[in-house]
Design a protein around this ligand. Structure first.
Ligand code: TTP
Ligand code: MG
Length: 392
């Protein structure tokens, strides 16, 4: 005989459960869909494509041993021997004597990078390049799952360039970038919103962008933290007290929270360095002396920020004591000091009266705009207030 009470619904627990389910807040922001694409051993892959005879052999791209060169990157064959980016070539050859070294060809890498970016823009205007071989894409507005979009983009890149790329797909930039490394080369990984908590628990803290060796060591030594899960035990104020403003960011990052928008690049058209002097400069000799210092800083900035952008023009700017100013500009690809001295002398001639002493000097370069299809202004970030949460 079956006991009828065995079939009774557990009404009260069910009621409690149902009333505990919160309807979505009407203004809750929808989950974003961010893709981070990173080309595989980019420069080396381009070189390998150009020289099929090198395929399958360990390959490094960079300066030769004789010229005390350094590798920019190497292919995956070479990585098996412990060869790495930024390694001095002599050291790379010590680890892998059969390593083939080819010099860099930035024109070619730039051209390939432009073709890849053009593919990205077929999908979204919200493309934020991080370097020639890496970019974030915001595809929140597209109805397809971002995982499928990423696969399609990687297939398109391969069809157009013959190069492979890896991708990370997630609701924010930090997670997408971490994820793009997980199935490298020629793979992808998706972190769905529901999987973030579990994903973060075991993640080593040094995977968070901004945590370098020094911070990682401090976290280990000072608070015995190695994983994001362990870091979650610390309050925001505590982390801020220990690590400053970055500490507050850490509180969010170790939970997988990152609200930074994808910011399409504003293409820098020029780079310059100028200074207003405490005391006006009254002779050309004084100006030349100051020019040399400004020029040295310009070269440093160029090296750091725009190492591979081709220069098309050089200019010198002078502002006079009456606040009028003039710019002398010439076509040129080499920002060398003598060229700037010529421009300065010409600008100096433009003083109309002897009283017009110089209060500001500037030196700069204008860049060739290689990819004219690049947007020059930042398109407004789309918001999608009525959008449902689409699957990643
Ligand atoms: P990465 O994406 O860091 O490296 P990669 O594309 O060669 O390899 P991976 O498959 O791991 O992504 O850098 C992109 C390109 O930037 C790389 O091909 C060469 C260049 N680069 C340098 O010039 N110096 C460097 O120290 C690094 C790390 C890269
Ligand atoms: Mg890469």
């Amino acid at each position: 005989m079956v006991n009828p009470s065995a079939f009774r619904l557990p009404v009260l627990p069910l009621f409690r459960y149902l009333s505990s389910i919160q309807p979505p807040a009407p203004n809750a922001a929808p989950a974003r869909k961010i893709i981070h694409v990173d080309m595989d051993c980019f420069y080396a892959a381009v070189e390998e494509r150009e020289r099929p005879d090198l395929r399958g052999r360990p390959l490094g791209v960079g300066g030769s041993r004789e010229r005390r060169g350094v590798l920019t990157t190497c292919n995956y064959e070479a990585r098996k021997y412990g060869v790495k980016s930024a390694m001095p070539t002599f050291m790379a050859l010590a680890r892998c004597p059969q390593l083939v070294i080819v010099p860099t060809n930035f024109d070619l890498y730039r051209a390939e990078s432009a073709r890849v970016r053009a593919i990205f823009r077929e999908y979204t205007p919200l493309v934020e390049p991080l370097s020639l071989d890496e970019a974030y894409l915001d595809v929140s507005h597209l109805p397809q799952p971002a995982t499928d979009i990423a696969r399609e983009i990687r297939d398109r890149i391969f069809a157009v360039t013959g190069l492979t790329a890896s991708a990370g797909i997630a609701p924010n930039k930090m997670l997408a970038k971490i994820a793009s490394d997980l199935n490298k080369p020629n793979g992808q990984h998706t972190v769905k919103p529901a999987a973030i908590a579990a994903f973060m628990v075991a993640l080593p803290v040094n995977r968070i962008h901004g945590i370098g060796e020094v911070t990682a060591r401090r976290l280990a030594d000072e608070i015995a933290v190695q994983t994001c899960g362990q870091l979650q035990a610390f309050g925001r104020d505590d982390l801020r007290a220990r690590f400053g403003k970055f500490g507050a960011d850490l509180y969010d990052r170790c939970r997988g929270i990152d609200s930074r928008p994808v910011e399409p690049a504003r293409i820098r058209k020029s780079l310059s360095n100028e200074n207003t002097f405490d005391e006006n400069l009254t002779t050309l000799a004084q100006c030349r002396e100051r020019l040399a210092g400004l020029h040295a800083d310009l070269l440093t900035d160029l090296e750091k920020q725009e190492r591979i952008r081709p220069v098309s023009k050089l200019f010198v700017k002078l502002k006079f004591a009456d606040f009028s100013h003039t710019t002398v500009e010439r076509g040129g690809t080499e920002p060398a000091l003598p060229a700037y001295e010529v421009l300065l002398a010409e600008g100096w001639q433009r003083r109309e009266e002897k009283r017009r002493v110089v209060r500001l000097l500037g030196v700069g370069v204008r860049f060739q705009l290689a990819d004219q299809s690049e947007p020059e202004t930042i398109p407004k970030q789309n918001s999608h207030p009525n959008q449902l949460v689409f699957g990643l």
